[in-house]
Design a protein around this ligand. Sequence first.
Ligand code: SAM
Length: 250
Amino acid sequence: MTTRGGGSLAPHGTLSGFYGSTEERARYVQGLFDRGAPEYNWVSRMMSLGTDRGYRRYALRRAGITAASRVLDVATGTGLVARAIMECGVPEESVVGLDPSRGMLEENRRSQRVRLVQGLGESLPFRDGRFDQVVMGYALRHVEDLGLLFGEFRRVLRPGGRVLILEISRPRSRWGCALLSFYMRRFFPVLARISGRSRVTGEMMDYYWATIAGCVPPERILEALAQAGLEQVRRATTGPVLSDYVAVRP
Ligand SMILES: C[S@@+](CC[C@H](N)C(=O)[O-])C[C@H]1O[C@@H](n2cnc3c(N)ncnc32)[C@H](O)[C@@H]1O
């Protein structure tokens, strides 16, 4: 498999409050999602105030998904994006989900029958040109190298195929940042506790906030997509925090 990379770019620096060194990062992230898998769907719903399902569908339609698409859902987790893809009319046999976390994949298998593969976005185990669309939901901050990731997206897409990346971006205003930080790091863990969730939910929110606050800016992400050889690169925003990035393989 050959990857046309666009140079190396980590989505954020080492977060020493969570893991000791960059080498330990992937293991920490996988462990976090393994442990948090049973509560992940609750987290997604509560964090988005119940809008997560509709928003995933909306973004997929806006990115031009059609029932005839063969779609790869990178970082499929418990399958929320895969489910939205099928709600857009794509049959389950045309969808493949990939994720490194065994815990997330086990949760996923409980609710649907999409083909699932354990692996990393930075080294996709698929042949060149296999997909019409590659989608990644809320996982860009968790990979090691955006250059490798986007190179792999390009490689597995057919010419004319599209990338859609859903992400949470740091609000531009100081107040927006303070509010989101308070919501994720203070309010959400209390809500989780009184709703009978485990401590891992609070840890997950804390880690999310650290990765959002430390993430490279949207302009760098657009640049990295273009450097990986993708075209018509653009970002659309919904409200102060939701970004979706779209790009086309020439
Ligand atoms: C926040 S969850 C998102 C799950 C799902 N896409 C959604 O929209 O709900 C992030 C997922 O990224 C996965 N992940 C972490 N590192 C990854 C990597 N290097 N390549 C692919 N997926 C990764 C995690 O295991 C986890 O399932």
